[in-house]
Design a protein around this ligand. Structure first.
Ligand SMILES: NC(=O)c1ccc[n+]([C@@H]2O[C@H](COP(=O)([O-])OP(=O)(O)OC[C@H]3O[C@@H](n4cnc5c(N)ncnc54)[C@H](O)[C@@H]3O)[C@@H](O)[C@H]2O)c1
Length: 308
């Protein structure tokens, strides 16, 4: 039997490609007891809930319904996947103006009913919107988490696995920084069983470019990304609810971290029932440090234009 926590409620706000695939993933994994779907388009949330409920005879005992913000009252984790997504050719930063406005009302509605849960942000640009969520919610930073570069790191591990012909689960490798164009790969830490991995310059360039541009490629081909982000969100949620203390590259508030403060970026963090318990201290090379600072400065410049 799966290790399901006594009464664990997850609320997903935004039942588009990301929200519904995450809901479906959580249903199949059977690690939570209650799942609530909320969308500005109530009909859509209702239809999705109905469709998923019809699958329950084939899965387990997750109680699922289309709800409203009052259902956040008993939520352990609230996932925000609402808002505009990238159109072909659009960067994640391009979404900021449209999605920052949407977040005003979403956060207000959440905090009206919940002061104890963990908010997990997926909407892009995810690092900046996590910072916006922190400021608007008044929650402590450990309880406001962005999906960060967990997905990018998974893409990176998959591509390294393809290159080395090794299962990606056995590849340990990290992308840090912005979930977006200024992210950076930590080649020096890429390893299998603690053994460092060697790459030609050509392979490095190909693997990192494919990692960084994966979303553009998928959006051009099918309009949205959904499966891998859903699995990444499931990973974070389970690590929280089961108090796993897994190390995940989530987006978290940095304070004097390699010279960076007051911005959310993806870095290896210990995630448990308290949210982000601790950020792991990374020793970056001079080149990595320069790129990391550039990533932070890019996001800080965008944040400075927001009314927070
Ligand atoms: N963090 C990541 O790694 C990652 C990966 C993929 C997508 N995303 C982001 O996730 C977000 C959602 O993507 P998608 O493909 O599911 O988009 P989508 O357009 O399929 O779905 C968005 C949903 O949000 C709903 N919505 C809009 N405003 C709302 C509001 N105020 N309250 C409640 N619901 C509202 C819409 O009705 C829609 O159902 C986008 O910003 C996208 O860029 C992030």
């Amino acid at each position: 039997m799966k290790n399901k926590l006594r009464s664990s409620r997850v609320v997903i706000i935004g039942t588009g490609a990301v929200g519904t695939t995450t809901a479906y993933t959580l249903l199949l994994r059977e690690r939570i007891s209650e799942l609530v779907l909320i969308d500005a388009n109530k009909e859509k949330a209702l239809g999705e809930a109905l469709d998923m409920n019809h699958g329950l005879p084939f899965t387990g005992g997750v109680k699922l319904w289309a709800g409203d913000y009052s259902d956040c009252a008993d939520a352990d984790v609230i996932v925000i996947a609402a808002g505009a997504s990238q159109r072909p050719g659009e960067t994640r930063i391009d979404l900021l103006k449209r999605n920052a406005g949407i977040f005003d009302s979403i956060i207000q509605n959440i905090v009206k009913y919940n002061d104890h849960g963990i908010i997990l942000v997926a909407t892009n640009p995810v690092d900046i919107l996590s910072y916006v969520t922190l400021k608007k919610s008044g929650f402590p930073s450990n309880r406001v988490i962005g999906s960060g570069t967990l997905l990018d790191s998974a893409r990176f591990r998959y591509l390294i696995g393809q290159n080395k012909k090794i299962n990606p689960r056995s590849i340990h490798a990290h992308i840090i920084g912005e979930h977006g164009d200024s992210e950076l790969p930590l080649w020096s830490l890429a390893n299998v069983a603690g053994i460092g991995l060697e790459f030609s310059e050509e392979d490095r360039e190909e693997i990192f470019n494919s990692t960084k541009n994966a979303a553009y490629e998928i959006i051009n081909a099918k309009g949205a990304t959904s499966y891998a982000i859903a699995l990444a969100l499931d990973r974070i949620i389970v690590s929280i609810l089961q108090n796993e203390a897994s190390v995940l590259n989530v987006s978290t508030l940095l304070t004097d971290y390699n010279g960076v403060s007051d911005v959310y970026l993806g870095v290896p963090s210990i995630v448990d029932r308290t949210g982000v318990r601790e950020v792991l201290d990374l020793k970056l090379s001079n080149e990595e440090l320069t790129q990391f600072h550039a990533s932070a400065n890019k996001l800080k410049a965008e944040i400075a234009n927001l009314d927070l």
